[in-house]
Design a binder for this molecule. Structure first.
Ligand code: HEM
Length: 555
């Protein structure tokens, strides 16, 4: 039984609030007094934070408005969306051959649902999971985010939830990290690691190490060129190696050697990359296409579990080495000089916190950043005008080829940063975010019950006319201070929002800025092949061989 049905069957038959009889035909779906109070509290909260400068209402007025809003709201059953079939509901739409929706096409599916049904669309009756509710209204997205509380529930990756909490529950215990973890265990862990991971001064310490890795990778790119000065067909895998090398520096205090030219295909770093990719890229398949693992251990599920076991086994070797090295290090110096791992070890009695954090960062930090970089490079290579602007900016900031980066130089890279934001707006690497509603709410005029999974398709909202001036134009300048273009603050959120926002975002930004700055400072990039289409794997990125032509610039 879905949560919606559960709600319907568990409410009182008759209640009166503010003189309104709820046992009327106006409200087909009834709310209990408790539901309404919860609703009033959350509604008051978002009004006071989101629009405090505009709406000044007394609590009494708010209550009246809220009650009116509930009365006026349409029932959940009326939310438009594709009609489910008996028994298999809407899951068939994702099935191979007969289903019209392919995982690789999920970004288009998001657009199609919006075009067909408007600002809210329900994909109901999915096997083994709550309904998916797509919300395309940036004001409503803002409303949900602003009242999500201390323990937001991001519904992605239930397969990882099962893996961490049941299959390997003994290994993870209460310290199970942030990815695929919910409620208090998530909040406790996030509180432990949030400060060191996101503190600007910790991140600044990695400018030089990330620059070292990136310089070495750019040198390797020179060696990889073929007779046409083009990158190899599997260049995206080389980018994954760079990404793992960067994460290794951050989460393990180590150079893993992923960029060695003689790195064998069955090397441990390559196996980590393959295992992390497998873990992320099969989430959508397990969730939407083959959700039957919830009831029977399917082949895909068994493979997923053994892949995760393998991923943890190899990573643990590297993490153990890192811990040994740190233990043997003579007297730790003052706090400002500590690396991220050292900082966590210094503050936490249980070293497992550093282990589990490293596992999470490696798991989600390789494919995300790699696919984002693939997308950035493709956009740079196919937009010569913008590339020239980045190059000129870099010449000003790094006049000599061998100049080194620092925080103040990075600060000056306003055009490059705006370019990155614009790519993420138009081609958001993570196509959407989500939240499981933890209390009933009115969204887009419908009463939405607790438990429903909301999807915020940033790939659509970031490209909507009413939220973005000149929405069809690729225009990095819109992100610069002097721009007067309008952008709804909740339309383009590539890293999510609120207390659960991307934990690696500062490192992701740093890695992209450093690598692109150094590359475009000294090289011209072109893509002289048929234009590529964007597809969703788990990430949204150009689909095809990234055979960029790389030419050294004269200065
Ligand atoms: C451009 C690259 C990236 C994008 C677009 C991205 C995007 C996201 C998004 C949308 C979320 C969900 C946020 C929310 O629920 O509000 C997320 C979560 C997360 N990201 Fe990233 N990410 C990127 C790179 C990274 C990197 C490099 C790392 C690790 C170093 C990382 C680590 C994480 C972690 C650990 C979470 C889970 C946070 C939590 O649930 O508490 N991400 N990311």
């Amino acid at each position: 039984m879905s949560s919606a049905h559960h709600l319907l069957s568990s409410v009182n038959n008759h209640c009166i609030l503010d003189g309104v009889d709820f046992n009327t035909t106006v409200l087909k779906q009834k709310f209990t007094m408790k539901n309404i109070r919860q609703f009033q509290i959350c509604s008051t909260r978002w009004r006071s934070t989101a629009h405090s400068s505009v709406i000044k209402e007394s609590p009494v007025n708010v209550n009246v408005n809220v009650t009116n809003e509930i009365i006026a709201a349409k029932s959940y059953d009326e939310v438009p969306g594709p009609t489910p079939w008996p028994i298999i509901g809407n899951t068939w739409r994702m099935l191979p051959v007969i289903g019209p929706y392919q995982i690789s096409d999920l970004a288009n599916v998001s657009y199609i649902l919006y075009k067909k049904y408007g600002k809210i669309a329900k994909m109901g009756n999915l096997v083994g999971r709550p309904d998916l509710l797509f919300v395309y209204d940036a004001d409503e997205i803002e409303k949900v985010y602003r009242q999500e509380g201390d323990t937001p529930f991001r519904p992605s990756m239930p397969c990882l939830v099962k893996y961490k909490s049941q299959v390997r529950g003994q290994f993870f215990g209460r310290l199970s990290g942030v990815v695929g973890v919910h409620g208090e265990p998530w909040r406790e862990f996030r509180t432990k690691v949030q400060k060191p991971v996101l503190q600007p001064q910790t991140v600044k310490k990695y400018i030089q190490p990330i620059e070292e890795v990136s310089d070495y990778f750019i040198k390797r790119m020179q060696e990889m060129k073929n007779e046409n000065s083009e990158m190899p067909a599997d260049f995206d895998n080389e980018i994954h190696k760079w990404a793992l090398e960067c994460i290794g520096r951050v989460a393990l205090d180590a150079r893993l050697g992923c960029l060695r030219p003689d790195l064998p295909h069955d090397s441990e770093p390559q196996k980590i990359i393959d295992a992390a990719k497998y873990a992320l890229r099969n989430v959508a398949l397990l969730e939407l296409k083959y959700p039957f693992w919830r009831y029977l251990p399917s082949t895909l599920w068994t493979k997923y579990v053994s892949n995760m076991d393998y991923f943890i086994e190899i990573c643990m070797k590297y993490i153990n080495d890192a811990m040994m090295r740190l233990k043997n290090k003579s007297q730790l110096v003052n706090e400002n000089e500590l690396s991220l791992v050292e900082r966590i070890l210094a503050n936490e009695s249980d070293p497992k916190t550093a282990y589990v954090l490293a596992l999470d960062l490696i798991l989600v930090g390789i494919d995300t950043i790699s696919m984002a970089v693939c997308s950035m490079l493709y956009q740079i290579a196919t937009r010569p005008e913008e590339q020239e602007k980045i190059h000129q900016e870099m010449l000003n900031i790094l006049p000599n080829k061998d100049d080194k980066l620092d925080a103040s130089k990075l600060e000056k890279m306003v055009y490059l940063k705006a370019f990155i934001k614009e790519v993420l707006r138009m081609y958001s690497t993570v196509i959407g975010n989500g939240r499981t509603l933890q209390k009933d709410m009115v969204i887009c005029g419908y009463r939405i019950p607790k438990g429903i999974q909301l999807v915020f398709p940033t790939i659509v909202t970031g490209n909507m006319k009413e939220y973005v001036t000149d929405h069809k134009h690729f225009k990095p300048e819109r992100w610069m201070k002097q721009s007067s273009d309008y952008m709804h603050p909740f339309a383009s959120l590539p890293y999510g929002h609120g207390p659960r926002m991307c934990l690696g975002r500062r490192f992701a930004d740093l890695e992209m800025q450093v690598f692109l700055a150094k590359l475009i400072r000294s090289y011209k990039l072109e893509f002289l092949h048929k234009p590529l289409e964007y597809k969703v794997t788990f990430m949204y990125a150009p689909d095809g061989e990234l055979k960029f032509k790389m030419t050294e610039r004269p200065t």
